[in-house]
Design a protein around this ligand. Structure first.
Ligand code: HEM
Length: 147
């Protein structure tokens, strides 16, 4: 049973790292493409917008799978080993809030963007990352200081 505990922790932490990695990779790509998609640098915005879409399609596949594995392994860890302490419920609440806030912001502010757009419209992307990274920070602080 100790081996299963180790395997679940391995899955939980590795999938968290994969999910977090895709978020950072997207941030770097968005930063790199900013001059092209805001028309500050020469190049076809339509072509770069297509490239961004293709990247996000791949990123979403990895992030979705890793997210599901983090949740499932987390619930199994809580149910089988850790116990249903208050901190586990705080973690679950934060994860639900993170998903609601990021999906809500994507629907409302990111989906309607068309390129080229102004730098202030493009800044909506950075607001999305600040929401997502702040929520990661809260979940990690809960994990390491309350769990
Ligand atoms: C429904 C969601 C989640 C539940 C129920 C959950 C539950 C747990 C539990 C019970 C542990 C302790 C494992 C043990 O040592 O026995 C744990 C560890 C951990 N969790 Fe989660 N978790 C969830 C989501 C997340 C998310 C979204 C992240 C990342 C942002 C995360 C990051 C971690 C990390 C890094 C550890 C290892 C801590 C250490 O080694 O001391 N968890 N989780």
């Amino acid at each position: 049973m100790e081996t299963l505990h180790t395997i679940l922790r391995l899955i939980h932490v590795t999938c968290f790292a994969a999910w977090f990695g895709t978020v950072l990779a997207s941030l770097f790509l968005l930063k790199t493409l900013e001059p092209k998609l805001t028309g500050k640098e020469e190049g076809s915005p339509a072509e770069y917008s297509k490239l961004l879409q293709n990247f996000i399609r791949l990123e979403t596949k990895v992030a979705d799978t890793a997210f599901k594995a983090v949740i499932l392994s987390g619930l199994l860890l809580a149910g089988l080993y850790h116990g249903w302490h208050l901190a586990v419920f705080i973690k679950i609440g934060l994860v639900v809030l993170q998903v609601a806030l990021t999906l809500g912001y994507i629907m409302r502010s990111i989906r309607p963007l068309t390129y080229p757009c102004t730098p202030s419209e493009y800044a909506k992307w950075y607001r999305l990352f600040s929401i997502s990274l702040s929520m990661f920070a809260l979940v990690l602080l809960t994990t390491f200081f309350l769990l």
